[in-house]
Design a protein around this ligand. Structure first.
Ligand code: HEC
Ligand code: HEC
Ligand code: HEC
Ligand code: HEC
Ligand code: HEC
Length: 477
């Protein structure tokens, strides 16, 4: 009986090919699965093979078997002179012992198949939702985002928590999207750099608000920034701000997080990049509406879709944080990764990084280290002679800074991904208007009321670039 069942599987070429395919895929899946259960870490590619490609081949093989049998029966019937051919579906007569046995064997084999497929699907989803898969499977494509993410406060939060969130509908959408992305990567159809913002990102209330909630009252937050002057001594300066983050207090919100009060709605229209904001419409809890518009705007149809403001309109870089050369050097000096005793290190580091134009990270590491050494050899030979290791270490750090922020193969450079959570310092060349996209003098209501840009609206400035701020001495005597 069992022999008959399996004889049917190899009775014609198509079914035979199907059986061979299904069988080899089956054995491979089990073997690779056993391998991985034993702790062998194969990385994302092995996961794709084990849980996506092989199961797909397995199913394909299984489908080929009945197709082959059907075609075979048609041909046999034709040859026997039966013009109509056999019925499309086999006649199952459960009164016959033979058929009953066949059906039982079929059900048994199907159970085994389904178990393996269910296991593979479950594992496949796990693999596809892992950070390694998101960040490394298309390694060169996601390298900028993955690198920036690993050096951020959200480095332990999974990609899928922000990019997919809970619920079946977004899960399906993301998988359809992902399937297209696999095609795009395979055929090299993806844009470089990956454009920002993501217009189909899920609203922050479903993602960020799994862990943060707008009603959480933060109040005033003391923020202390350490920067270094571009002088010979790399003088350390401090800026201290009292940031009015606020939040929900009683029934009303105050401060910066007032924007995300559930009773307030702010929506706006802008260009694709969201850098040029046109109409801004505020609807308060009592239903009053204010519309702010700059005077020079493109015509109605070119002003894009309305977007409801949420967390990501300020925190667009909660985890893919790219810093400017100056910010990176300040951080490296403040944390003693490079030696503030080297003369003009801040100024030269910024100059070299801003001018850096290398085709790869390796070229940058070599080039920047050599360029810094050249600077000291020409201008401060005594420093290079006395402390060659300090110069070499600083040179290495410049290479690391470049490699964390600039990705030549994806055409990502210092200012590709602007951060909206602030504004450029006075007189800066940075293209990061942030809050000032709306808080400026240009956006006004019909009766000329502006969105405030008062320097005290969002923070009090306790000290600005001071060597030894009195306020910090007071707080930390
Ligand atoms: C804390 C939430 C969060 C996590 C975790 C996260 N992302 Fe993002 N991601 C964002 C936000 C927010 C944006 C930018 C949205 C915008 O401006 O439209 C973004 C943008 C991106 C972009 C578009 C390019 C860009 O930088 O704007 C890619 C690609 C991306 N993320 C990939 C990943 C990958 C891969 C991981 C995991 C290694 C990951 N993300 C983890 C929140 C997150
Ligand atoms: C899975 C939970 C989780 C999700 C989802 C999440 N966060 Fe966070 N977030 C955290 C944790 C934990 C911290 C604290 C990290 C720390 O203190 O180092 C944090 C810190 C922050 C901070 C403060 C960072 C700093 O510099 O101190 C901001 C801002 C923030 N998150 C915004 C967001 C935004 C915007 C999103 C959605 C795009 C988001 N988070 C999604 C868990 C999450
Ligand atoms: C109008 C701009 C804006 C919006 C909208 C906004 N934030 Fe913030 N948020 C800020 C600023 C500015 C700070 C202070 C700087 C910082 O800590 O990053 C801040 C601080 C934070 C912090 C750190 C708080 C702490 O205790 O240190 C978290 C977490 C945070 N925001 C989460 C969110 C979440 C979640 C949303 C959406 C529900 C949101 N923010 C909406 C501007 C905004
Ligand atoms: C999309 C436009 C937009 C952006 C971007 C934006 N704001 Fe606002 N903001 C508004 C509007 C509109 C108001 C209300 C103005 C009014 O009431 O007349 C407002 C009001 C405020 C207020 C006063 C809240 C209160 O209690 O009344 C603060 C503080 C503030 N914003 C901070 C920020 C900060 C900080 C950023 C950047 C991190 C920012 N905003 C970015 C549109 C914006
Ligand atoms: C709409 C809100 C808002 C307004 C108005 C505003 N700022 Fe700010 N400012 C911010 C935020 C948010 C940051 C924090 C950026 C960050 O997280 O580093 C900031 C940071 C700063 C810093 C520190 C920068 C640094 O590099 O350490 C200074 C100085 C400053 N602001 C000065 C001003 C002055 C001067 C004005 C008036 C012309 C002004 N701000 C108006 C929101 C605002």
């Amino acid at each position: 009986m069992i022999r008959q069942f399996f004889a049917a599987l190899i009775q014609n070429t198509i079914s035979m090919a199907g059986t061979a395919l299904a069988l080899s895929a089956f054995v491979l899946i089990l073997a690779l699965f056993a391998f991985q259960s034993l702790g062998f870490q194969g990385g994302p590619y092995l996961g794709i093979l084990t849980y996506l490609i092989l199961p797909a081949l397995f199913v394909l093989g299984l489908l080929l078997i009945p197709i082959g049998i059907l075609l075979h029966r048609r041909r046999a019937a034709k040859a026997a002179g039966d013009q109509e051919g056999p019925p499309l579906f086999p006649v199952i007569d459960l009164n016959r012992m033979r058929t009953r046995k066949m059906v039982l064997i079929f059900l048994g084999v199907t159970m085994v198949n389904l178990t393996v497929l269910a296991g593979a699907t479950y594992q496949g989803v796990e693999v596809m939702d892992s950070n390694e898969f998101c960040g490394e499977a298309c390694h060169s494509v996601m390298q900028p985002e993955y690198t920036a993410y690993q050096h951020s406060p959200h480095a332990r939060v999974n990609c899928v928590d922000c990019h997919i969130g809970p619920g079946a509908d977004w899960f399906v959408r993301s998988k359809l999207d992902g399937a297209w992305q696999l095609v795009a990567v395979t055929l090299d159809l993806y844009p470089r750099p990956i454009p920002t913002p993501l217009h189909n990102l899920r609203p922050a209330r479903d993602t960020c608000e799994q862990c943060h909630w707008p009603a959480n009252y933060v109040g005033d937050k003391l923020m202390i920034d350490t920067v270094f002057a571009e002088d010979e001594a790399n003088t350390e300066l401090r800026t201290a701000l009292l940031m009015k983050v606020g939040g929900l207090r009683g029934r009303d919100s105050e401060g910066i997080h007032w924007h995300v009060d559930p009773d307030i709605e702010i929506r706006y229209r802008s260009d694709e990049s969201r850098m040029n904001v046109y109409d801004v419409e505020l609807t308060k809890a009592d239903g009053t509406v204010k519309l702010f518009q700059p005077r020079d705007m493109p015509p109605e149809e070119e002003r894009g879709e309305w977007r409801q403001m949420d967390c990501v309109d300020c925190h667009n870089r909660p985890t893919h944080i790219y810093r400017t050369p100056a910010e990176e050097l300040d951080l490296a000096l403040a944390t003693d990764r490079i030696d503030a005793g080297l003369p003009y290190l801040k100024r030269e580091g910024v100059r070299l990084l801003e001018a850096a134009d290398y085709p790869s990270h390796d070229a940058a590491r070599a080039g920047l280290a050599a360029a810094l050494e050249d600077f000291y050899r020409e201008n401060h030979p005594e420093v290079l002679a006395d402390r060659p290791e300090a110069v070499a270490a600083a040179g290495r750090e410049l290479g690391e800074i470049f490699s964390r922020n600039v990705f030549p193969h994806m055409r990502v450079t210092w200012d590709t991904y602007p951060d909206h959570r602030g504004h450029p310092p006075a007189g800066s060349r940075e293209n990061t208007p942030g809050c000032f996209r709306c808080h400026n003098r240009r956006h006004r209501t019909a009766d000329r009321e502006a969105i405030s840009s008062d320097c005290m609206l969002c923070h009090s400035i306790l000290a600005e670039r001071e060597e030894d701020p009195e306020i910090l001495r007071l707080l930390n005597p």
